[in-house]
Write a protein that binds this ligand. Structure first.
Ligand SMILES: [Fe+2]
Length: 315
């Protein structure tokens, strides 16, 4: 059963355990969450001027739009202020910074309609981030930059928390992706040819859960959650920020969400920076995680199904 905790006072350790068990947390806007969103807004507004960023897709042709995103996204990702605001936000929401490592924030755009749905505005189909070489303890932090609605939000697919999906993650290696994938993103117009981990079987997208948080608020979930980009039919572009964290106590003993279907290789461990001093994980820890062979452990089947199987076996 999935539970959503709103503005919970749970201590961080309990919160991590609940996240690893498939629960989701939502937080109202905080001072530093708003500051991070305001930084993104200022940069977007400057880049798209004289247009309002959520409306700009209606005024620019696709090539112009892509050219703007090509500069805007890296500028935000590497803005020095982000490295100050993210630890401040993590601390504000109860994280022990000396154990919390974060990666650079991504600025995402989900355009309305079929204006642009590949490359720099890749519309993510249902996936788990753990199909992309993350530790099973990775947590995702997701913030809307402008107000969102149900028809331009992101969706969770909770029935797949316990249900493995046939997927191509065994073909995904983060080191290869880094070498080739990202640098080609700006060339992908109309059709995305980069190797992505993807489901290899039809998926049931209902029931799905869409959470509508305010700008500067946070949706916090395990990287193992099945989630997707909602087809945007709102008429405006959705701008959001996401970044990820891992806790070093959990990575050191490979504690995290259960791995039920990920076989991606390599690791994202080299990307995370410690909240206190922006130090990376040690080379040996990155190497250890990178060499680990993912072995999905299929979840225990629900009691009812086990009983049914036992009856069938006896018959
Ligand atoms: Fe994702």
């Amino acid at each position: 059963m999935n539970t959503i905790y709103f503005d919970s006072d749970d201590c961080e350790m309990l919160r991590r355990e609940r996240l690893y068990a498939g629960q989701i947390y939502v937080f109202s806007p905080t001072e530093n969450g708003l500051a991070l969103c305001n930084l993104a807004r200022e940069m977007c507004e400057k880049a798209f001027q004289p247009y309002s960023p959520p409306e700009a897709q209606h005024h620019l042709d696709v090539e112009q739009y892509i050219a703007i995103l090509k500069d805007l996204k890296p500028q935000f990702i590497h803005h020095p202020e982000c490295k100050r605001l993210i630890p401040a936000l993590l601390e504000e929401l109860g994280c022990e910074l000396s154990q919390t490592y974060f990666d650079v924030p991504r600025l995402r755009t989900a355009c309305s309609g079929d204006y642009l749905s590949s490359g720099l505005a890749y519309a993510f189909k249902p996936h788990r981030d753990t199909w992309y070489s993350t530790p099973m303890s990775q947590l995702n932090w997701w913030l809307p930059v402008y107000p969102i609605a149900s028809d331009n939000a992101m969706a969770f697919h909770p029935k797949y928390w316990n249900q493995p999906v046939k997927n191509s993650s065994s073909q995904f290696n983060y080191v290869d992706w880094n070498a080739a994938g990202r640098k080609d993103a700006a060339k992908q117009v109309g059709k995305d040819t980069r190797v992505q981990s993807a489901a290899l079987e039809p998926m049931e997208l209902e029931p799905q859960l869409r959470l509508v948080a305010k700008p500067g608020g946070v949706i916090l979930f395990a990287a193992a959650q099945m989630h997707s980009t909602v087809p945007n039919v709102s008429g405006v572009t959705r701008f959001s920020i996401d970044f990820r964290t891992v806790n070093s106590r959990d990575t050191s003993c490979d504690h995290g969400a259960p791995n039920i279907d990920s076989e991606s290789t390599g690791t994202t461990m080299m990307d995370y920076l410690r909240g206190t001093d922006l130090e990376h994980f040690s080379t040996s820890e990155v190497k250890r995680q990178g060499n680990a062979k993912p072995v999905p452990i299929y979840p225990t089947l629900p009691d009812a199904i086990q009983k049914e199987m036992a009856v069938t076996a006896e018959a």
